[in-house]
Design a protein around this ligand. Structure first.
Ligand SMILES: Cc1cc2nc3c(=O)[nH]c(=O)nc-3n(C[C@H](O)[C@H](O)[C@H](O)COP(=O)(O)OP(=O)(O)OC[C@H]3O[C@@H](n4cnc5c(N)ncnc54)[C@H](O)[C@@H]3O)c2cc1C
Length: 411
């Protein structure tokens, strides 16, 4: 925790994937800078630690128009650059985090309507991405369930233990980066430099990078462009030898649903557990109650029994929540916000590879470095303005209701 008054060339608020990638790249560009990174909590408590561990190399939604395809290509290059950067730091510092390049299945439970998967396959073809279709017994042999009707397998996704990865990245920050946990930023006073206020200390700095995604909106100057949502994940107990033997022989796998709001992300982990990520709720203040988490546990348990009816005795051992950011047009909130503040936010639900590359490229952008990936980042466009509450709350509630209705057969 920070105590007293200190000065820095750069202050980074938030030690998730965006914050640590920005810190690392800033330090690479100029190792003489004094860089401070503060987080309200510890590295194992952010959404960066509490996610489902899909390090994606392809956008979830591609779109079929020429403009959408161009954007999807730019986005793909960025995600793959994010994976490359993570791999490089992991190798350099020996970070262990169950990094497994096993690809993923994009699955549909509903029978008799293959429109979404056919469209996805067409889009993958137009991007010249390899994929294979799995259905029936072949899909059962991979996933051990007949709940899903069909799945498209793409090989580029990595599965990881995200808590170990982000903790490792925080532990091996360069020497000129000083980290303070349990140091929430309460406000910023603007003068010739910015004075950043924390409970027991003040940081004087000319430059601030907000790596808070949609959290702490009061720190962002200008119009609101992001909304915080929360989603939940659970892990089951590890399967016993007998339970494992009742399924086809399985290696680690990951599955994303055709409808990310209604449907569930599933994983089978290297330590024989199932991970379930499902249920999305508005969390404009960044908070989730114990009752909401309890409700998610019940939903996950019911869903698990529906997907694996033969494993009724397997219980959920933990459920947690985390926040994500949603922007109205799906573009990131990225770049300079005023002469003191820049940001890399607006993850729109996926952030391991995406926020890594968004954070590192922001350092290049702010320090005016040439980087061929900057053109791709800028081509994603800018997040559009969001109306304030209560219009925002109504808009979010309606769009969640619509997605839950459209995806009702996926759970
Ligand atoms: C359950 C769940 C599953 C997910 N699954 C996946 C997945 O499989 N793959 C994927 O790519 N993405 C996934 N995501 C999304 C991913 O976790 C986020 O996109 C990613 O964590 C965003 O990274 P970030 O660094 O931008 O923000 P965060 O990880 O949210 O980090 C922001 C940090 O800012 C800090 N902060 C906020 N306000 C302040 C303040 N005032 N002062 C100091 N510090 C502050 C917070 O404490 C936090 O540590 C999932 C998210 C959740 C919740």
């Amino acid at each position: 925790m920070l105590r007293g008054q200190i000065a820095a060339d750069w202050l980074i608020v938030g030690a998730g994937f965006a914050g640590v990638a920005f810190a690392r790249r800033l330090s690479e560009i100029n190792p003489d800078l004094k860089i401070i990174i503060v987080d309200a909590y510890s590295p194992r408590e952010s959404a960066s630690a509490r996610n489902s561990g899909f390090v994606i190399g392809l956008p979830h939604n591609i779109g079929s128009s020429t403009a959408e395809l161009k954007k999807a290509n730019a986005y793909r290059h960025l995600l793959q650059e994010g994976i490359r950067q993570l791999e490089q730091v992991m190798a350099q510092h020996g970070i262990t985090c169950d990094w497994e390049k096993v690809g993923k299945y994009h699955c549909q439970a509903e029978r008799g309507n293959d429109r979404i998967l056919q469209e996805y396959a067409r889009q993958l073809d137009s991007m010249e991405e390899p994929w294979t279709l799995a259905e029936g017994d072949a899909l059962y042999q991979k996933l051990g369930t007949r709940f899903y009707h069909k799945g498209i397998y793409t090989p580029g996704c990595v599965l990881v233990n995200p808590a170990q990865l982000i903790a490792g990245l925080n532990h091996c920050l360069p020497e000129n980066v000083q980290r303070y946990d349990n140091t929430p930023v309460l406000g910023v006073r603007y003068g010739s430099v910015a004075e950043v206020l924390t409970p027991y200390g003040v940081i004087r700095t000319p430059r601030i990078m907000l790596a808070t995604n949609a959290l702490s909106p009061e720190l962002r100057p200008g119009l609101s462009r992001q909304a915080a949502m929360a989603t939940f994940a659970s892990l089951t107990d590890p399967l016993t030898d007998a339970q494992l033997a009742s399924l086809p022989p399985m290696q680690s796998w990951g599955l994303t649903p055709v409808n990310a709001i209604a449907g569930a992300t599933f994983r089978f982990t290297p330590d024989r557990r199932f991970l379930i990520r499902q249920h999305v709720i508005p969390a404009l203040k960044g908070q989730v109650s114990a009752a909401q988490t309890w409700q998610a546990t019940q939903l996950h348990q019911q869903l698990f029994h529906k997907v694996y009816p033969t494993l009724r005795e397997v219980s959920i051992s933990q459920t947690w929540s985390g926040t994500l950011s949603v922007t109205r047009n799906g573009a990131p909130e990225w770049g300079e916000l005023n002469r003191f503040i820049c940001t890399a936010g607006g993850c729109n639900g996926a952030g391991v590879s995406k926020q890594t590359v968004a954070g590192s490229l922001l350092a290049d952008f702010m320090l005016k470095q040439d980087n061929p990936h900057l053109a791709d980042m800028l081509s994603l466009g800018k997040a559009s303005f969001m109306p304030p509450s209560p219009a925002l709350d109504i808009g979010i509630a309606l769009s969640l209701q619509k997605e839950r209705y459209l995806g009702r057969k996926e759970v």
